[in-house]
Design a protein around this ligand. Sequence first.
Ligand code: NAI
Length: 385
Amino acid sequence: MKRLNWGMIGGGKGSQIGPAHRIAAGLDGHFAFVAGALDADPAAGRAFAQELGVAADRAYGDWREMLEGERGRADKIDLVTVATPNATHYEISKAFLEAGIHVLCEKPMTVTEAEAEDLVLTARRMGCICAVNYGYTGYALVRHMRAMVARGDIGKVRLVVAEFAHGHHANAADADNPRVRWRYDPAQAGVSAQFADCGIHALHMASFVTGQDVARLSSDFASCLPSRVLEDDAMVNFRMDGGAVGRLWTSSVAIGRQHGLTIQVFGETGGLRWAQEQPNQLYYMPLGQRLQVIERGEGNLSPEADRASRVTVGHAEGMPLAFGNIYRDLAESLLARGAGRQPDPAVTLFPTAEDGLRSIAAIHAAVASAKAEGAWVDARPALFR
Ligand code: NAI
């Protein structure tokens, strides 16, 4: 099997999301971790990359050095993951795409809609993949939920209710923690904190599961810690282009809530609900029948769920394995390109720059609506209107 070369920017020692990417990329043996600029501190980044087994000449001090080092190599990286704070995503992703290197960018993909649109167009122009890590869509039962909705198991979707509420930024004494502070600093996070950080996972999942895009929204933002310029709690009502009604709550001050990502979809003939903290069960209620618990790994699930499932029924699979499904889809896409064959159609489920752009437009729409006391606004990106 041909192995692909993989590099990472950000995700340094002690970072939140770096380890999940490294586990996920290494899971199926498709990617070799060969290059990295892992930390804002160049010396710490070089040292940590070598600790993880990256060769000294590819353990870079910063992303520009990495781009220069990699672009000239015959064995240059095929895919780079960008897992730095939000405001840096655009510049880094654009530079690597322009060098012909495929990108998996963390969410939110960019800060402005113009930047997001530019990444969509740059990826198209360069013929490169620019994926966005809405990694929770890699869970087998989220993919099964999507398949059930698409094949009509709950009939026409009436209502989708999404939440992403945690309590990890509720302590006012912790507001200066460097891993918390940047998320509420407009210079580093952009125009929105909690909605851009977590809410958009839930909003994207609502689209992923229903197959509908968000058309309009109305929002209410609050900074429950008064020192924060950006919101730490948001309620967003939305309407989807297929007619579904949407409700979304996101918070970082909900003490006692842990990860808190849940999705519920209610159709004319049934309902579905899934929670990320119990990802191996999906609850299905067909109208007028009894509640069913669908277990990940059991027989007769959809091909999408079977493909995303790795260990046998009854053994819990978790978040790095869901991210692993994004990496597996990317590997299959890249290997197919390299071999001049069509990829397995099932791999088209990974989120793309177009999804990233829809999210950025929704973030800006939500901010505008909150400023206008909840006025309904168009949430579609200009490129897709
Ligand atoms: P963090 O603050 O825990 O870690 C950031 C890491 O990036 C640190 O190691 C830091 O030294 C490094 N870094 C900062 N600037 C850099 C630069 N210019 N070059 C190289 N390294 C740099 O942040 P966290 O939570 O890991 O978030 C990173 C990104 O991942 C954010 O965009 C965030 O929104 C996203 N994220 C996504 C999640 C998901 O579920 N998909 C979950 C958590 C975060």
